[in-house]
Design a protein around this ligand. Structure first.
Ligand SMILES: Cc1cc2nc3c(=O)[nH]c(=O)nc-3n(C[C@H](O)[C@H](O)[C@H](O)COP(=O)(O)O)c2cc1C
Length: 174
């Protein structure tokens, strides 16, 4: 199984968790880590290159810090540009059928904030519905999300532990 990890972090150099996660996965065979903000600092996405990367891999991971309950803007642009009619959807747009689709996110807010009655009211699965619906539309298999919350208060040891759990989650059987 070949795994493509699309990392979308506007301030990757200043990241604690997403940088560590990317480093952990880079060490694995059959994993391609593709850092969108580093590859496209001007935001001009090479659509043909991105589509070829998708075709060449079996499991697609979207890894990002939660920004305003959603993806950072370049990852939204990536969806708009790359998931084209006739490629990802439409009567002949079946190129991503059967691929695995996994979302991996870090959040500043603590885990207990993401529940009914909590500070943010909604679960992460609820907030990520547009990505789940997109996976459904393109005929991909939506796997359980991986999340790590409370980044304002975590220790380096907890980040190390999350990196190991992240790799196990991303490379696991479903
Ligand atoms: C513009 C912006 C928006 C953010 N929005 C949210 C949010 O909606 N919910 C949340 O829990 N954290 C939010 N955060 C915090 C980030 O998710 C958090 O800093 C990040 O996950 C930490 O990961 P890192 O160590 O890889 O940078 C936001 C941060 C920024 C800069």
């Amino acid at each position: 199984m070949k795994v493509l990890v699309l990392v979308a972090h506007p301030n990757f150099e200043g990241s604690r968790v997403n940088q560590r996660w990317a480093q952990e996965l880079e060490a694995h065979e059959n994993v391609t880590v593709h850092n969108l903000y580093q590859v496209y600092p001007d935001g001009a996405i090479d659509v043909a290159r991105e589509q070829q990367l998708l075709l060449d891999h079996d499991r697609i991971v979207l890894q990002f810090p939660l920004y305003w309950y959603s993806t950072p803007s370049l990852l939204k642009k990536w969806q708009d540009d790359v998931l084209q009619y006739g490629f990802a959807y439409g009567s002949e747009g079946n190129k991503l059928n059967g691929k695995d689709f996994v979302v991996a996110i870090s959040t500043g807010g603590p885990a207990e904030a993401y529940q009914a009655g909590g500070y943010n009211q909604y679960t992460l699965s609820e907030l990520l519905r547009p990505l789940q619906a997109t996976a459904n539309l393109i005929g991909a298999r939506y796997l359980p999300i991986f999340s790590f919350s409370g980044l304002m208060a975590v220790t380096d040891e907890q980040i190390e532990d999350s990196a190991k759990r992240y790799a196990a989650h991303i490379l696991g059987e479903y």
